[in-house]
Design a protein around this ligand. Sequence first.
Ligand SMILES: [Fe+2]
Length: 369
Amino acid sequence: MNHLNEINTATLQAWLDNGHNVEVIDIRPRQDYEAWHIPGSLNVDAYQAIYAHSPGPLAQYNPPDGQQVVVVCFVGQTSKVAAQYLGSRGIEAISLAGGMQSWSLSWNTADVPLAHNNTVIVQVRRTGKGCLSYLLISDGEAVVIDPSVNAHVYKDLAAQRDCQIVKVLDTHIHADHLSRSLALAALTGATHYLPKQNRTHFEHQALDPGEVITFGSSRLEAIHTPGHTFESMSFLLDGAALFSGDTLFLDSVGRPDLKADREETEIRARALHRTLQDLAAMDPEIIILPCHSSQPVPFDHIPLASPLGAVLKNVPALGYDEEQFSSWILARIPANPQNYEKIVQLNEGGLFPVQDPTLLEAGANMCAI
Ligand SMILES: [Fe+2]
């Protein structure tokens, strides 16, 4: 098979972003597809069949008229065989090089309009993992919160909007993805801010609760929101939007158990309850902008954002008392994310793996309860 029968993830990302007429078929087993997949893709579970040298359900597959077919698997090998088979049936199909492992780094964006604030907010979504990061722009100066894709992406987005990244912030020490904050600070000369804690071993600006970070004519207030981790902070933009990290999502709350034993998990669960009670008492018009989505993020340019009032209705547990909340959360702790201990170790050390980061970061996000 020659290289023209493959495309890379950057090309597929651009096609999906531009509404190109393409059908993505995912030949992985059903359970792998359900765990995470490319938005809008179709599962044709042919993986085992292809291993047995049979086309399996691909024999019945027919693309919609005129659509380009892209075949995806785990790492882009079996999908080549599938594309070749479809080609033998006269269907023009190409394989996604690197498969879902490479797709893990793909991203898209959505602007977040605010009713009474001129700060430009660009939500940068790492679509496969559901990681949400933010580029905030005010009078030519920009801040990035929780960068989770390549540092050059933010630098390029800032250049397109004629602004300079001056500050990079993390809401907490992440466990599901490798922070790109240090790389972005090095690339742009920006100052890197982290909540004050004693976990990290690299130079940064430590943030105290209540501290205010300014850029252009905008201000971000650091609010200590312990629970998901002890150091977790949320950042309130001019009283209009809250970057809530992994503390509060649009339809769930952060998990309190990672890197904790049962006793510490319960302490964190109770801290999270107090934190969420404080957040719930804020202005219901405040727009909540979390660090994750539980689903792959579509290429629709629609921001994942909701007013606090709507989030309160979506998450009934925010109305529980401390005992109810603690028992509820402890009964629902999900499986640990893949490789999270190694990811935490690297993030605490300010390190980035020499090898492909997607090997460590594979799989869907699992930060929410
Ligand atoms: Fe997290």
